[in-house]
Design a protein around this ligand. Structure first.
Ligand code: NI
Length: 434
């Protein structure tokens, strides 16, 4: 094929431990993978600080993005067997799948919270701004980058396309569950994706699944539920994330207070002052962040130094479960005792909460991500999944939240100073732990 939808003269493949091979036939996709903005994803881990808990979890956003592309390629193939698609629509789907996470920065969760940035904003900027990605997309047509951005921003006209990339069962989730299970080595996260793709049927606004494949879909929902609680919300991972956020807070605070760093934090300057450009943003990756954390281990500020030592040497905070209702009562006393013991509670006493809604049925006015999954019954009618599946019904619409209180236990155990205060803190924390 000539013109903008050019095929490669020979198919290219990437070897992949999850999907075995990732097939690329379109010149557009091959060129997008080669852009500097996409290559940067090799330097951003998919699971942030999870590697401190599951040492195999070193895989990157690059791996995951290729995987989502591959699942989308197979979905599009299935749809093309059923209906005639405009060849450009196919490329919109593949490009959106490949680029859906291109705006992620290093340790996104903590970064976004501390600096109020948003990876979706950066994804748009990379697709629409002055970038290599934008130039490659424009070779299709001037309007093409906007179409890809609209799919990721969920404003695209074709709702079926949006649902393939962001819904309760989409290419993104199907890839990360399997990939994260593979790299962490856990036995959750597995389900029969081949079967799900085989029973998938396109409708006007979303993909539905033949009733005969219901158990494969059930398995997928359960694997997602288990992965959240066993891997994504693991309390040790969250401890590392708490420390990482506090490092960023401390460095920002010192910068604003005019502290003189031994090594000027050049890469952070525009971030600290809230005026970060796309060019600056693209220079931030996890290697850069780790470089600074190592430099800050040499700083004179005791809090910054201690937090960086903790992160680099994995001396994490311990935690107790906390019930927000009783915790509120002891909180003022705990803050006071921490101050009396010379442990700054704004860095060393942290409540972290995680919550997840494993599957939701329809509630009016909610966005596509919450579109319920529909089964296609033998008679041709559609039924919402939780009405047919007892397993899914049991966890539908149920939000589970977990609160933990993190603190440096080693500080409290060092009884060379403030022995009595520290003992009172420990007793208070024990009553929380239950
Ligand atoms: Ni993703």
């Amino acid at each position: 094929m000539n013109g903008p939808f050019k095929k490669l003269s020979e198919e290219k493949v990437f070897k992949d431990p999850v999907h075995r091979y990732i097939h690329v036939r379109d010149e557009l996709i091959w060129k997008l993978v080669g852009t500097r903005e996409f290559q940067r994803l090799r330097r951003v881990r998919q699971l942030g600080t999870t590697y401190v808990t599951f040492h195999g979890a070193e895989h990157t956003r690059f791996n995951h993005s290729l995987g989502v592309y591959e699942i989308m390629r197979r979905m599009v193939e299935t749809i093309e067997e059923k209906e005639n698609w405009d060849p450009e629509e196919r490329l919109v789907c593949l490009s959106a799948a490949l680029l859906h996470d291109v705006g992620h920065g290093p340790f996104s969760h903590s970064f976004e919270k501390v600096f109020h940035t948003d990876h979706e904003h950066w994804t748009r900027e990379i697709i629409l701004g002055n970038t290599e990605v934008n130039r490659v997309l424009k070779e299709i047509s001037d309007a093409f980058p906007q179409k890809v951005a609209d799919v990721i921003g969920k404003t695209y006209d074709n709702k079926l396309v949006i649902s393939l990339i962001s819904s309760q069962i989409d290419a993104d989730r199907m890839d990360y569950l399997q990939r994260d299970a593979f790299y962490t080595g856990v036995s959750y996260g597995h389900f029969d994706m081949e079967r799900i793709l085989r029973v998938m049927r396109p409708t006007e606004d979303q993909a539905v699944f033949k009733y005969s494949g219901m158990h494969a879909v059930e398995d997928y929902i359960m694997s997602r539920y288990q992965m959240y609680w066993q891997v994504y919300f693991h309390p040790v991972t969250r401890s590392a994330e708490v420390i990482l956020s506090k490092i960023l807070h401390r460095a920002k605070h010192l910068y604003e207070a005019g502290y003189e760093f031994k090594d000027e934090p050049r890469h952070f300057k525009s971030l600290f002052s809230g005026s970060i450009t796309l060019e600056d943003y693209l220079k931030l990756d996890e290697a850069v962040i780790m470089y600074y954390f190592q430099m800050w281990q040499e700083e004179d500020d005791p809090i910054l130094k201690d937090l960086c030592d903790r992160f680099m040497d994995r001396r994490l905070f311990k935690y107790v479960e906390c019930d927000p209702s009783t915790q509120m009562k002891i909180w003022p006393e705990l803050l006071q005792l921490f101050k009396e013991a010379d442990i700054d509670p704004s860095y060393y006493l942290v409540i972290d909460s995680s919550s997840d809604l494993p599957y939701d049925f329809y509630r009016g006015g909610e966005d596509e991500e919450r579109l319920p999954i529909h089964l296609l019954m033998p008679g041709g009618e559609l039924r919402e999944l939780s009405r047919k599946s007892d397993v899914v019904e049991a966890i539908s619409g149920k939000k589970r939240t977990d609160h933990k209180l993190y603190f440096p236990k080693d500080f409290l155990e060092d009884e060379s100073t403030h022995k009595e205060i520290k003992q009172r803190i420990k007793t208070l924390l024990m009553t929380q732990g239950g």
